[in-house]
Design a protein around this ligand. Sequence first.
Ligand SMILES: Nc1ncnc2c1ncn2[C@@H]1O[C@H](COP(=O)(O)OP(=O)(O)OP(=O)(O)O)[C@@H](O)[C@H]1O
Length: 556
Amino acid sequence: MAAERLNDSPAQAGVDDQLRFETLMTELSAKFVSVTSASIDHEIVEAQKDIVRALGLDRSTLVQLRDDERFVATHSWQLPGLQPFPGFAVKDLPWMASAILRGDVVCFSRIDDLPEEAVSERQVARKFGPRSNLTFPLKVGGRVIGAMAFGTVRHQREWPDVVVNRLRVFVEIIGSALARTRAEDEIQRALEEVKRLRDQLQRENMYLQQEIKTVRGCRGLVGESYALRRVLEQVEQVAHTNSSVLLVGETGTGKELIANALHELSPRRDRPMVRLNCAAIPATLIESELFGREKGAYTGALSRQAGRFEVAHRSTLFLDEVGELPLEVQVKLLRALQEKQVERLGSSKSISFDVRIIAATNRDLDKEVRERRFRDDLYYRLNVFPIRMPALRERPEDIPLLVQSFVHEFAKSFCKPIESVDQGSLRALQLYPWPGNIRELRNTVERAMILANGSRLFISPPSDSSNNSAPSLLLSDAERGHLCNVLAMTGWRVRGKDGAAELLGVKPTTLDSMLVRHGIAHGGEQPKSLSPMTLDPSGSGSNSPASISNGRRADA
Ligand SMILES: Nc1ncnc2c1ncn2[C@@H]1O[C@H](COP(=O)(O)OP(=O)(O)OP(=O)(O)O)[C@@H](O)[C@H]1O
């Protein structure tokens, strides 16, 4: 057998056998350089088998030191019929354990070769073997983590230097392979943890995005008037299309909120809506804001800048105050919308975009077109789906709900626990024409909240409304105002003696339909503003307008 020959002196050893052993060790070493963590355990046992057979041994065992101070056999191979070596506790074989932990090679051909102090080792070896043994410490990153042993239990043998040296190198390679695959496992575990955290973050992100949408979407809109519900129906109809939407209405009526709602309900909601307030940017800069510019495109263009069309690619571009666009920019905007391409200022390269346009204006664009301040072709292009935002005076029944919503908002930020709003104040607010609409109402409530020093809030309508805008001369506004005044006189009673219908000289049913037409109340019901208005003092664990008692919000 090859092992017997290797046992002999080098002079007697067959060159072929030695060559075969060398070849085996080279092959095994090469294999362990690239072994994967999935196959290393199997490959170690296979190598033990090959080495035991090549050297004519009986068994090989790889033990690893565990926290409980035991060398546990993790890989072993032995000839059929032999018991595997079970491993040992440090305290049971102290001489062997400390030799291994020092990093010494333990080699004996006969049990008697063991030193005197190896008392337990001798006893165990006599009882269970081995009769000859060669044990190498197994190191990972310079630290002893176990040992690999080769031995005989049926006969004694010598351990020529060539065998010891080759096996020592091989065990070092096993140690490196274990270190590498352990590190790979660690990296794999770390990657899996990173992936798990990333998935979790993605889920949380989606949740937060959804939350943001909730805040930004229709839910920020308070009101339940017929006029507002009609607007929200239109929003629902057009949101999912790519059509341009033109929002028209007085300042402060909620056009930007509706633009947000349109975007958030559209398939483009995963990307942020891009805004441009055409009135807030000097005419000279609007072009570069819209279309972008190359560095040096004009004096002062110190850097390259992408235009809003590029930024809004696959999303929505909200052009607020579009009626303020200078005529020359209107031409370029129209061309960009027709060609779906822009060129940055200072560049001749065309950049394609896919952008949905929502435009808003508080100007009367029909009139602007007639007076040639707004291009008719651009107007038709933007006015594909017009939505008219009702003025607040057209929907006074929303005022109590809006007031509640704003009171809650400011009560929280000013830390003022308001329990109720004075009913007389609410009626006065409903009679006020609100030229600045909801923005003005919000500012009015904010002012009242700053001045408030009790649990009941009194709110006075702005006194100098005439400074803000000229009174409306429309017959319908005058009629509406008169209806509200008479209703206020009768305590909002429509029917019966001294009711509003009698005072106005009309049938109660006629008054009912007039109230509906003006959006004051529905079907002769008492207007919502008359119901006792009490604010939930605790905020009911939520700061959202929906949590206000009596409060209702529009939800598209
Ligand atoms: N239905 C509503 N419910 C609650 N708040 C509203 C509502 N409509 C408008 N607001 C609030 O009123 C203020 C003005 O709204 P917004 O800016 O959308 O109006 P706008 O019509 O775009 O005004 P402008 O034409 O001056 O730009 C904002 O604070 C907005 O949150």
